[in-house]
Design a protein around this ligand. Structure first.
Ligand SMILES: Nc1nc2c(ncn2[C@@H]2O[C@H](COP(=O)(O)OP(=O)(O)OP(=O)(O)O)[C@@H](O)[C@H]2O)c(=O)[nH]1
Ligand SMILES: [Mg+2]
Length: 491
């Protein structure tokens, strides 16, 4: 991927049918992102400057494709990311196809917007408007998308899901573009945007008529589902129609109205400071998990509504596989480090190139530490662990520990044999060369043989090899002692 261009993440299979596929390029891109992730998407009607404002947020012109014709420009969902200013994790930006295109339908729009919302930790709902009651209705559509998910979940899993649960819902920034009016509250006093949102746009309607009750129920749904919400406005960016120049020059261009520059900078700052970490049902998503989630959400779409519970179940399973993998890597790394430190301190290096084994008590401690580190690595990665998965983790760690025991014994065996042969080689060569067949040869032989045993004991003193390996090696020693008897007979 080019460093400064978005990549496709989701594409329609056969519009206007609400069927989508994830694009490998986008999936690979997401998988490469370290968490925590802070995911911002912009949704709303087509051709209203969504990609433009997301590009400003993402940090530069040219990141997202913009269009200048009446025809819809962004297709499906595109993704871009950059490191989070804190130095940990990434900001991820999702540019979503606009709603209301003539060659799409409502189910298509609902499906795509719902998937984008579920992938985001903050959704910017973009409206080229002054905030009318129509816009509140459209906002109700967004909360309705989330409500549909809960309904489908409870239908298919019998789970009663509290609407408004922040298990899945992103924070909302409702962004009114080309806004030029002064906001006033219900009493006609000037007020800020959030007061305007709560006390005017989302204010309950008085009266007991069915229409009023209906309206209030919808407003309630919005408030329950979109619990974290705010309203922000932006003035028109340029006085004339020269948007193309604006897109080339970015915010520093000469045609940009200072009030737009100032306000958009403030909003960008606010979004970057307040966008929450992307969580889903309690799990904090990494790039790999977000990629997995995108894939399963699009796969489970039915009538424009994804099946969140089963999509999330699949993500958790994939995450558990990754957690097991990380636990195993961590275990191996702990062993390697313990092994390296023994090797570094070994005086045995003088005699053998083989790595020394661990003593029983060092091995026991190492395995305890390695198991603890592996368990931490597992639980830092897995989202949920049921009894069976916990058993699987314990089995795999027990298996790894047993393997480490076996490996260590093998290492001990090879190491001791190698060491003994290396130490005995000069004595053996003297025996073969009959150099001990001379006056005082026998006592010289005994002295050399003892020296070998002494050196062997000294080299092995850090390793404390297992008992049965010592016995095995003792047999080798006994064979060497036979040399001494043969030698004595020849004398
Ligand atoms: N009036 C107005 N137009 C804008 C603003 N920002 C961008 N535009 C122009 O709106 C047109 C559409 O911009 P895009 O960013 O591609 O719009 P979009 O909402 O992403 O469009 P789709 O992807 O087709 O849904 C371009 O010609 C932009 O220059 C704005 O704040 N106000
Ligand atoms: Mg666009």
């Amino acid at each position: 991927m080019s460093a400064c261009k978005s990549v496709p993440l989701i594409r329609p299979v056969m519009a206007p049918e609400p069927q989508f596929v994830v694009v490998q390029e986008g999936i690979d891109f997401l998988r490469g992102l370290e968490g925590p992730l802070y995911v911002v998407s912009v949704v709303g009607a087509m051709r209203q400057g969504k990609s433009f404002v997301l590009g400003l947020l993402a940090g530069g012109p040219g990141i997202f494709r913009l269009g200048h014709q009446t025809k819809s420009c962004t297709e499906g969902v595109d993704v871009f990311a950059r490191p989070h200013p804190s130095g940990r994790g990434h900001l991820v930006f999702l540019d979503v196809e606009g709603q209301g295109s003539t060659d799409r339908n409502d189910t298509y729009d609902a499906a795509l917007t719902t998937v984008a919302m579920l992938l985001s930790s903050m959704v910017v709902y973009n409206c080229l408007s002054v905030g009318k009651s129509d816009d509140v209705d459209k906002l109700e559509l967004l909360s309705g998308f989330m409500q549909n998910i809960f309904d489908r979940t409870s239908e298919e899993h019998g789970e009663r899901e509290a609407a408004g649960s922040d298990r899945f819902c992103p924070a909302l920034m409702w962004l009114l573009r080309d806004f030029f009016l002064e906001m006033v509250d219900a009493n006609g006093r000037p007020c800020d945007a959030d007061t305007y949102l709560e006390e005017v746009l989302l204010a309950p309607v008085s009266g007991a008529s069915r229409v009023a009750k209906d309206k209030n129920r919808k407003l309630n749904d919005i408030k329950q589902v979109l619990q974290k919400r705010c309203l922000r406005t932006l003035p028109r960016p340029v006085d004339d129609e020269n948007f193309r120049q604006l897109e080339i020059d970015g915010l520093d261009g000469p045609g940009v109205r200072p009030e737009f520059r100032q306000q958009v900078t403030g909003i960008i700052q606010e979004i970057l400071e307040t966008v929450p970490r992307k969580r889903f049902d309690g799990g904090e998503l990494t790039g790999a998990a977000l990629a997995e989630l995108a894939g399963h959400l699009t796969l489970t779409l039915k009538d424009g509504v994804p099946e969140v519970a089963s999509a999330w179940h699949q993500v958790c399973l994939a995450q558990t596989r990754m957690a097991l993998q990380r636990a195993s890597e961590s275990f191996k790394q702990s062993l390697r480090m313990a092994q390296d430190s023994i090797e570094a301190s070994g005086r045995q290096k003088r005699h053998t190139a083989l790595k020394p084994p661990m003593s029983s008590h060092v091995l026991k401690q190492t395995l305890q530490d390695a198991t603890a580190a592996a368990r931490s690595a597992y639980f830092a990665t897995a989202f949920q662990t049921d009894e069976e998965q916990a058993r699987c983790l314990n089995d795999s760690l027990a298996h790894a520990a047993a393997e480490a025991h076996r490996d260590n014994e093998e290492v001990a065996r090879s190491f001791c044999r190698d060491l003994l042969h290396a130490l005995y080689a000069p004595v053996e060569s003297s025996v073969d060369g009959k150099r001990y067949i001379c006056g005082g040869g026998y006592s010289q032989y005994m002295q050399d043989a003892e020296g070998v045993q002494h050196e062997y004991a000294e080299c092995c003193q850090d390793t404390l090899v297992p008992e049965h390996v010592v016995t095995e090696i003792g047999e080798v020693l006994a064979q060497h002692r036979k040399h001494s008897q043969d030698f004595a007979r020849q004398r």
